[in-house]
Design a protein around this ligand. Structure first.
Ligand code: CP
Length: 294
């Protein structure tokens, strides 16, 4: 299969190459174009950032973009994921981006020859989110090894947490988790909020994913904010050069105070900007045949 599904099978050297190309696009040092190419974005789950930054990346690369509305498609007549994707391949697409609620959905698509870019599968992977997170950290510090990062919040339902933690460890970062015990799945050592705030270079907040919860959260959102939210008081205790990240969408007043979301330490909107350049880099490398994932 061709495309990007997970970062787990990608070397740290390739990841650095993607970040370097994304920085070249951002700095205007590369202006590659792919006229005549067509790509579609097949989102079976809601998305603002991933879907539209992939589309922006395609437009920046001179690629024609085909949108897809799952609820108005033949998915509602029972068409399978495989047949939907096979249809877009038959229409002559040069690649598709897919987001789906099922973990590892791409394993059903092994007969598809056109490139597939994973825009998120269940609670498993979100590789371009991990890449844009890494690009943002690299722009800030110029390296990864030795940096301390803590993911705070709804760890167990987060594909971002699971994807980021695996690659961050391989890049030599010290990774920790924090937040309510009901969301702690043991994927990294646990820090209290006070320890995380005082110790870490990157504080990465995660959205409470109410829509994925089988059982109601044990505390109210105001209790959550008091115990685990990033408040102005906590920001004031962060290390001098530490930064705040969040994959978004953000629940202002829950995992982050409204007044903190755009403060001087926040890189949340920079992450979104970097998402366009990372996606340009990944699409470009796959279309050029410089990168075969999986
Ligand atoms: N960060 C992220 O994946 O956002 P969307 O769900 O809006 O794409």
């Amino acid at each position: 299969m061709r495309g990007l599904f997970t970062l787990q099978t990608l070397s740290t050297q390739k990841i650095q190459e993607i970040i370097d190309l994304a920085l070249a696009f951002k700095g205007g040092k590369s202006s590659k174009k792919y006229p005549g190419k067509k790509m579609a974005t097949l989102f079976f789950e809601n998305s603002t950032r991933t879907q539209y930054s992939f589309q922006t990346a395609m437009i920046n690369l001179g690629i024609s973009v085909i949108g897809f509305n799952a609820s108005a498609s033949s998915v509602n007549k029972g068409e399978t994921l495989y047949d939907t994707v096979r249809t877009f391949e038959s229409l002559g697409m040069d690649g598709v981006v897919i987001r789906h609620s099922k973990d590892d959905y791409y394993k059903e698509l092994e007969n598809i020859k056109m490139p597939i870019f994973n825009g998120g599968d269940g609670a498993a992977n979100h590789p371009t989110q991990s890449l844009l997170d890494l690009m943002t950290i690299y722009e800030e510090y110029g390296h990864f090894a030795g940096l301390k990062v803590c993911m705070i919040g709804d760890i167990s339902h987060s594909r971002v947490a699971h994807g980021d933690l695996e690659i961050m460890k391989r890049l030599g970062m010290e990774v920790y988790i924090s937040g309510p015990s009901e969301f702690n799945d043991g994927c990294a050592p646990y820090l209290t909020m006070d320890e995380a705030i005082e110790k870490c270079d990157v504080i990465m907040l995660l959205r409470v994913q109410f829509e994925r919860h089988q059982e109601k959260m044990k505390m109210t959102v105001s209790e959550y904010h008091k115990l685990y939210g990033l408040t102005e008081e906590r920001v004031n205790k962060m290390k001098k050069n530490a930064i705040i990240m969040h994959p978004a969408p953000i629940n202002r007043g829950v995992e982050i105070a409204d007044s903190v979301a755009e403060c001087e330490k926040s890189r949340i909107y920079k992450q979104m900007t970097n998402g366009v350049f990372v996606r340009m880099a990944v699409i470009s490398m796959v279309l050029d045949g410089n990168l075969w994932f999986y």
